[in-house]
Design a protein. Sequence first.
Length: 277
Amino acid sequence: MEYSVHIMDINIKIQDLKSIIKEHAPLLIAYSGGVDSTLLAVLTRETIGAEHMHCVLVDGPEVPRRAVTAAINQSEYLKIPLTVREGVPFSRDLQKTNPHDRCRHCKLGTYTILKQIADDTGCTYIADGANASDLGEHRPGIEAFSSCGVIHPFIMAGITKQDIRDIAKSMDLPFWDKPSSACLYSRIPYGEEITDEKLRMIEKGEELLSDIGIRQARVRHHGLIVRIEVLPEEMEKILIQKDTVHTFFQNLGFLYVTLDLKGYRSGSMDEVLKLSS
């Protein structure tokens, strides 16, 4: 009975979402290749047709190379019209100070690019994949996009992260269980300088973890210390291959290699903000 009610609730939300998409066509979508923005792109294509939509991936040093390649390949497979555009680089001051509202500055720069492409392609509105589960978290980027007029169709339809995975799975979309991702800037503590060297250390570290079979991981850069977050059920994989992991991270430049016993959680760098509030 509960399952049937859930399915009915999801179907109602999907219909609401499609109505929102129709009301805001033609639509430009801020696309990352993640589950959220990809499902939005697929449903938009099904609802208004590829000729009335466009997706944009804004690239930069904070985006892992593998993620860019995967996003492009996925858009081709799903027949989603996509433009890849270089992002607006952070100012030297923002790189040095790395403020807690860093994401707001980044999104404002991204918006200028999206707006230009929207104008060029005749798209009336810009949308992103933010969902109802994002509400209540530290998300200055969503607030920045909202202030520019970017719409959030999933939030407007009351669709959560789990709803998104359930919908994608019901549609037999191959990315339904793709691990959550976030930009590489989020691996560096607020107040500590962002450098290309740190970003590449983080990226290579996460590539290694993926290569040894870890599905969901974060490499947090704390100077000479690396704090590795994985799901509790995947910690054993790290321990079994601890010598390989330890040597690899030391070769990257870390002196101490640690495993966070609390495990992976989204936004762990924001925990310090709660302590100071």
